[in-house]
Write a protein that binds this ligand. Structure first.
Ligand SMILES: [Zn+2]
Length: 225
């Protein structure tokens, strides 16, 4: 999230009042989460987090790609469900890749953003896009489908941004995808005896020791790898 631009060229995570947020879900189709033609109800609280442009400073595309990969690797290792997302200015001149994550509390989302040196994270509910600063600054919000600027984002932009996301995350996706049923639905394996009932993104594997210990269990088919 970059803050160094003039007010007319704010990075999307900063110029939140007009940011358009798009995600790609399992069907591969883009869904507008915030902006004109935002999809209907989201049915749950979702958080949108970027690792781009840490500390509010623009960095080169390679550094942003590496930051995006680190964010996704962290989410994958923790077993969190995420989908690729992009936050863009309505004129399509500026975009930042990121993820939309389900199942986080606001505090967890802010902590994740802070670990990736972000100024703020987004929270979505049925009606609102809420910007939550990582430094405990004031929270602000707007209607999710508010149209505040002309929309120049085209389908070609979305295809290019999806490809950019895939280029940084392809290996990680392959590692997390079930080799048996190809679902992208991993639980991280937990060995030993847990103190309590684990969250559903952890799978208890008992006391297996050795080099063949699996890292993940598919939540769709149960396969371990
Ligand atoms: Zn599977």
């Amino acid at each position: 999230m970059s803050a160094e631009h003039s007010p007319t060229r704010l990075a999307p995570w900063q110029a939140f009042a007009s940011t358009v947020i798009v995600t790609w879900s399992g069907d591969g189709l883009p869904h507008v989460l915030a902006g004109p033609w935002a999809d209907g109800r989201v049915h749950r609280t979702r958080h949108v987090i970027t690792a781009f442009n840490p500390d509010g400073r623009d960095v080169d595309p390679e550094a942003n790609a590496a930051a995006n990969w680190r964010l996704i690797a962290e989410l994958g290792a923790a077993g969190h469900r995420w989908e690729p997302a992009v936050g863009a200015s309505p004129d399509a001149d500026h975009h930042e890749l990121g993820v939309v994550v389900d199942g986080l509390t606001r505090a967890e989302a802010v902590a994740l953003g802070a670990r990736h040196r972000q100024l703020a994270v987004f929270e979505l509910d049925d009606e609102r896009l809420i910007v939550v600063p990582c430094d405990r600054g004031p929270v602000s919000e707007r209607d999710r489908n508010q149209r505040l600027a002309p929309m120049d984002i085209t389908y070609d932009h979305l295809i290019a941004w999806r490809a950019e996301h895939e280029a940084t995350t392809g290996d990680e996706l392959d590692r997390l995808r079930c080799p048996s049923c190809e679902a992208l639905d991993p639980a991280r394996m937990l060995f030993g005896m847990p103190a309590g009932w684990p969250p559903d993104w952890l799978a208890v594997g008992g006391c297996v020791i050795g080099p063949d210990r699996p890292s993940y269990q598919c939540r769709t088919c149960g396969h371990r790898w």
